[in-house]
Ligand binder design. Structure first.
Ligand code: CMP
Length: 226
């Protein structure tokens, strides 16, 4: 997919005409990051907004004792870096490439100019940010209330929604994150993820093969864990 086709599929730009998308693209620069490269660092000042053209990015914070907490995993067509442009504060979190990734970058001035010129972008941005707060609320609830099996269950539901494809009641996640990353999303250890995945598999909830995972009856899984 070329960059204009990609921009047209980005939900927050879905209402823009081809002409405006071209103008937007002409203001953007492109950058590539290798796996594990840091794109944004928490607490730094920044003046750039990012759209993911390909690959995937994790949004993290590091706890006092050095543990990584994954707040979100973002993929093609999604954005990040908007918060500090909007409130003028430092970056709220780190952004790290999970795999080789390409991003399109817009400077603060152009980002704010487009929001003013096209209020529908602002509304779409707010819609997406509301969705992110909902997910964070679920994550807080899961981290504070649930036992390990439920935390892993809730994390798998989140990955199913973000990365999976649903067909005939079954979800396939073909690019399953590493167990350490799943642990950092669920607020538990890699060993617990490994143990709980085995239990979920033995109970017939999931099936694994290589880097793929299927949730066999997604409605039942959601009823059990959310
Ligand atoms: P900014 O604060 O500029 O830099 C870090 C970025 O991470 C932030 O903008 C958001 O784009 C993104 N981010 C921070 N917290 C979350 C979250 N809970 N869910 C998804 N993205 C987030």
């Amino acid at each position: 997919m070329n960059d204009s086709d990609l921009l047209a599929t980005v939900p927050i730009f879905s209402d823009l005409s081809a002409k405006v998308l071209d103008e937007l693209l002409s203001r953007m620069t492109k950058r590539s990051y290798q796996k594990n490269n840091m794109i944004l660092m928490e607490d730094e000042f920044g003046d750039t907004f990012f759209i993911i053209a390909s690959g995937s990015i994790k949004i993290t914070r590091v706890s006092e004792d050095g543990r990584e907490v994954i707040l979100a995993m973002l993929g093609e067509g999604e954005f990040f870096g908007e918060m500090s442009l909007l409130d003028g504060e430092t970056r709220s979190a780190n952004a790290i490439a999970i795999e080789e990734s390409n991003v399109l970058i817009l400077k603060r001035h152009d980002f704010l100019l487009f929001l003013e010129r096209f209020p529908r972008i602002a509304i779409s941005l707010l819609t997406e940010m509301a969705g992110r707060i909902r997910k964070s609320d679920q994550q807080i609830e899961s981290l504070s209330l649930s036992d390990a099996e439920h935390r892993i269950g809730i994390t798998l539901i989140r990955m199913a929604e973000e990365l999976g494809t649903i067909r005939q009641g079954k979800v396939e996640i073909s690019n399953l994150p590493y167990q350490q990353d799943i642990a950092n999303m669920a607020g538990t250890s890699r060993e617990t993820v490994s143990r709980m995945m085995k239990i979920l598999e033995d109970k017939g909830f999931i099936k694994r093969s290589g880097h793929s995972l299927s949730i066999l009856d997604y409605s039942q899984f959601k009823r059990t864990f959310s």
